[in-house]
Design a protein around this ligand. Sequence first.
Ligand code: AMP
Ligand code: MG
Length: 418
Amino acid sequence: MGRLPDDCFALGDRLLSVEEAVAEFRSRLAGVADMETVPLAVAEDRFLAEDLVADRSVPPHANAAVDGYAVHFDDLSPGAPSTLPVTGRAAAGHPFAGPVLRGTAIRIFTGAPLPAGPDTVVMQEDCMVAGDRVILPPGLRRGAHVRQAGDDIRAGDTVLTAGRRLGPAEIGLAASLGRAALPVRRTLRVAVLSTGDELRDPGRPVAEGQIYDANRYLLTALLRQLGCDVADRGIVPDRADAMQSALAAAAAETDAIVTSGGVSVGDEDHVKAALEAAGGRLHHWRLAIKPGKPVALGQLGDAAFLGLPGNPVAAMVTFLLVARPLLLHLAGAEPLPLRRFPVAAGFAHGKKPGRREFLRAVLETDPSGALVASRHGREGAGMLSSLAGAEGLVELPEDVTAVAPGDPVAYIPLSALI
Ligand code: AMP
Ligand code: MG
């Protein structure tokens, strides 16, 4: 009997690219609509549910950008030092009350509101003090060292759009506008389960032929980093009825179900049958990527179904490239492009055309300072040790068949994905 071909064209299905699968899946499933309001202190990594529009300007008033003296520019002589009496003081939080009369200066500190009158601040390092007078150099620019009201943000500006993930800068920005809380999307609830009769939980004894379940812990950690609420659904044995009831129970309580294992070529009917028996549908099965060709994408009630391969490296890589963008879409995140950085290959590699391949890599710099990607760890979708310590993935396009040292390759840092 002839060996089955390694690719799946022979089975009649066209392999989908990651982008095609993600785009189509996105169009089928809407993100969570529910929102809640959370205080800034716990808003980190949540997704903004509405545009944030500034209802005030930042800074709210013109103010000094340096420590120095506030003056009327027109009081300065253009070609020679000017001497002005210092008639007051303004510090941050302590504005100078009155207007500043023509022909006078006031001492001013960074952040202090510019009082009525002066339009220019002279840096203290450029000035000389003589008793209660200050000697100012010539050659200054009108408006120097003044931050105008609204320089940063103008009232009415849309400063953040809905779907933005709230990071430190976004949270600081909201605080600068006086917002104590922000509307965010409800946290996505995701069920994680492992499939396989051979799997046992760490901490338990294993018998002959059994292995520890790595994926559930790996995937739980990845989901938490994405900001999901994880429901641990344990290990499900390789039986259609067990899978069906596990899926049905998970779908009733979560927005998405992430499974690993049981989606190898040949398992399609099994997963499909379990999903359909539970009332769901399988949309996609094979993707043109390595590692991780079989990835099952489907739906069960309102929950998305993401069936990842069992080999731990394939599970992690397909999570990052396929499940992650889909889950971000469900969580209400704005779509962001995945950035690739051009680096030189530090290795030789041959591959078959037709699938996009992702290699675990670390970066080094060559003597000229250019970045070179070297392969990390051993090849093979089961080599979880090769992902620990990897800094990124080298992406080799579908049509590439060989890479030689020095060839330009696309590099995706894992820090952009985790
Ligand atoms: P499968 O996709 O179920 O055919 O599994 C492919 C390979 O991955 C097999 O060697 C499984 O034993 C292994 N595997 C599946 N699930 C896990 C898991 N949760 N943790 C570690 N290895 C797994
Ligand atoms: Mg299995």
